[in-house]
Design a protein around this ligand. Structure first.
Ligand SMILES: Cc1cc2nc3c(=O)[nH]c(=O)nc-3n(C[C@H](O)[C@H](O)[C@H](O)COP(=O)(O)O)c2cc1C
Length: 219
């Protein structure tokens, strides 16, 4: 399998929610985890750890929790799509079906990377502002994205999930995560059942980037 260049990898890194239970070879997993470790973090502190769940027991417990969260989250979703144009509704329904599939099979992914972070190791420069703080996440999700890009390069499917964070206390118990470590994401990884990564739908940079002042279109 040819390794995609970085642009190909970024532009085809879509959520892959249908994963085979087949094991991931140790050398492949090693490379993917090393890619996470290469990520930049504030002050180079690397204030994150991964607990890699590969044993059936922790995966089953995480899967049950995920299914519970998904059920609550997905409730009423289909009804909200009712007013969309047909093509959009069909697309959203396909995503919903993929979400259902993931919720039912979460525990079958051969490896689930649970990203943990320690806020005490972070310089969170926006924590005193009167809005939600996001800077701390910048020292975690760089590693998450590196891991996912490496999955893409290795032909592994994966999806960034955060629904387990709702049950952080239970996740901490399942994986023996000590205080003050929190959880930021859980990435199920495995070989895709269908096509896996492929085309993505995103706004063009021109719609997201301004020139010199807010709202000024880039030439
Ligand atoms: C912060 C974040 C949280 C997400 N949480 C979940 C999740 O809990 N479950 C899930 O199935 N997908 C989750 N996703 C995946 C997104 O739904 C997905 O990336 C987005 O809809 C774009 O889909 P695409 O990558 O297939 O184009 C999450 C993505 C991000 C960036």
């Amino acid at each position: 399998m040819p390794v995609p260049n970085v642009y190909e990898a970024m532009s085809t890194l879509r959520a892959v929610r249908r994963l085979k239970p087949d094991p991931i070879p140790t050398d492949v997993l090693g490379r993917v985890l090393q890619a996470a470790a290469w990520a930049p973090t504030g002050g180079n502190a690397q204030p994150w750890r991964i607990v890699l769940a590969t044993d059936p027991k922790p995966k089953a417990a995480l899967g049950a929790l995920y299914a519970e969260s998904w059920k609550t989250f997905a409730k009423g979703y289909a009804a909200r799509f009712a007013t969309l144009p047909e093509a959009d509704r069909a697309r959203e329904m396909r995503t919903l079906a993929a979400g259902d599939y993931l919720a039912e099979h979460f525990h079958e992914a051969p490896a689930i990377a649970v990203f943990c972070f320690n806020p005490k190791l972070m310089a969170i420069t926006d924590e005193k502002l009167d809005r939600v703080s996001v800077v701390g996440g910048g020292s975690i999700y760089t590693a998450v994205q590196n891991l996912m890009l490496a999955c893409r390069a290795e032909g592994l499917g994966c999806v960034l999930t955060t629904l387990l964070c709702i049950h952080e206390e239970k996740v901490r118990e399942i994986l023996a995560i000590p205080q003050p470590w929190g959880t930021a994401a859980a990435i199920p990884m495995g070989y895709p059942i269908a096509r896996g990564h492929g085309p993505i739908r995103r706004r063009a940079a021109q719609q997201l980037v301004y020139a010199n002042s807010w709202g000024t279109a880039l030439e």
